[in-house]
Design a protein around this ligand. Structure first.
Ligand code: AMP
Length: 282
């Protein structure tokens, strides 16, 4: 497995592949890798000829300094895991290599899908995400890029960016990987206290309950149910719960207005913010 710290070496290596019509798969990550990440990498290895993974904690997508500073870093283990699944190349830049010294976000027009959910609670988050992803796409020039449905709104933001800028890359979404008790795998899970970790399955269990009752109950009643569930729980604090259409990410006034409803949730477990979502239409 090749490891690149600088984009010029990576670009030089990849330039030889473009001319041989090798398909390049790309999986951008922020490291502290788990089986959710590895599923994306395995899919890329299966679907493309040469897989590049980036590990880069992108400062411009954080609006909370503590969250950025405390973001877990497990580089040696990450490299070992990537090697073990057969990844071809890893890009581990620092911010100056990605941003050429100007570490700021560009402004994007996402047709409003950035104003919902994560966008409401994390100022500038999606401009930061789209800035880094377009920069990484420009460096790697992948044929296909793989993103997890765990960050469903992010996946839609990337698809929107690729469409609007007419970038020559296919974006593929991959299902959420979960721990045995249902907690969505996340790099942040290692920051959970023992007590929070032991009880964190409440998030997925609540989503499953919403899914089970979606057809019998109104959206308002389901929202109320989730609010009550977390009000009665002293360990976890609900930031938002939303039932929204997968494409517009807006809550429909009536269920008939959406054919693709999905439930989205963000919860604080002490200082650790966890997100999850579930399809309500399959
Ligand atoms: P991150 O390192 O958190 O930025 O995630 C890198 C990529 O892995 C993103 O496309 C995430 O959506 C995806 N990902 C993270 N956790 C999971 C999971 N539990 N299941 C599937 N994909 C995931």
């Amino acid at each position: 497995m090749l490891v690149f710290k600088g984009k010029s070496d990576l670009k030089l290596h990849l330039s030889n592949l473009y001319s041989t019509k090798t398909t390049i798969g790309f999986v951008p990550t922020m490291g502290a890798l788990h089986n959710g990440h590895l599923a994306l990498v395995k899919k890329s290895i299966q679907k493309t000829d040469f897989t590049v993974v980036s590990i880069f904690v992108n400062p411009t997508q954080f609006d909370n300094l503590e969250d950025l500073e405390k973001y877990p870093k497990t580089l040696d283990n990450d490299l070992q895991l990537l090697k073990s699944v057969g990844c071809n190349a890893v890009y581990i830049p620092d911010a100056s290599d990605v941003y050429d010294g100007n570490i700021t976000s560009e402004n994007f027009d996402f047709d409003g899908i950035d104003n919902e959910m994560e966008g409401k609670f994390r100022t500038g988050h999606f401009d930061g995400v789209a800035t880094v992803v377009t920069k990484l796409f420009d460096i790697v020039k992948p044929t296909v890029a793989f993103f997890g449905e765990k960050d469903f709104q992010q996946l839609q933001i990337i698809k929107k960016t690729v469409d609007k800028l007419k970038l020559p890359v296919k974006v593929v979404g991959c299902p959420i990987h979960r721990e045995k008790d249902g907690l969505a795998m996340s790099s942040r899970n290692i920051r959970l206290s023992k007590e929070h970790r032991e009880n964190a399955s409440i998030i997925y269990k609540t989503l499953l309950e919403v899914k089970k009752n979606y057809h019998q109950n109104s959206i308002e009643d389901l929202e109320l149910f989730v609010k009550k569930t977390f009000k009665n729980n002293l360990l976890f604090e609900l930031e938002y719960f939303s039932i929204a259409d997968e494409n517009t990410l807006k809550t429909p006034n009536q269920k008939s207005e959406t054919t693709k409803p999905r439930a989205f949730i963000a919860v604080f477990a002490g200082p650790v913010r966890l997100i999850d979502n579930i399809s309500l239409h399959d």
